[in-house]
Design a protein around this ligand. Structure first.
Ligand code: FES
Length: 97
């Protein structure tokens, strides 16, 4: 099975990810220091910026929309790491937190 490469810029990490995994799964397996709180799309602790590769990720869901609004995050790059999944193969996604 092919993968998509996820780079976590802050931590100088690059991980090959099988589509279907959330960025939370990736982060927790990688040693990244990206913080989580609720892990359920409620608190906003895990807000990240997708610097490139949004097209390889799941569409933004209702929880993400609500939390990003709650924390006043208006950037089109902003997502919640506990909610979004890698959905496409052979991609490159670059994430900053
Ligand atoms: S950890 Fe709470 S919204 Fe992602």
């Amino acid at each position: 099975m092919t993968t998509t490469r996820v780079e976590i810029i802050n931590d100088f990490l690059a991980i090959n990810v099988t589509p279907g995994k959330t960025i939370q799964d990736v982060v927790e397996a990688s040693g990244s220091a990206l913080p989580f709180g609720c892990r359920d799309g409620e608190c906003g602790t895990c807000v990240v910026m997708i610097e490139s590769g949004m097209e390889f990720m799941s569409p933004i869901n209702e929880k993400e929309k609500a939390v990003l609004k709650m924390v006043g995050e208006t950037s089109a790059k902003a997502r919640l790491a506990c909610q979004m999944k890698v959905v496409e193969h052979n991609g490159l996604v670059r994430i900053k937190y």
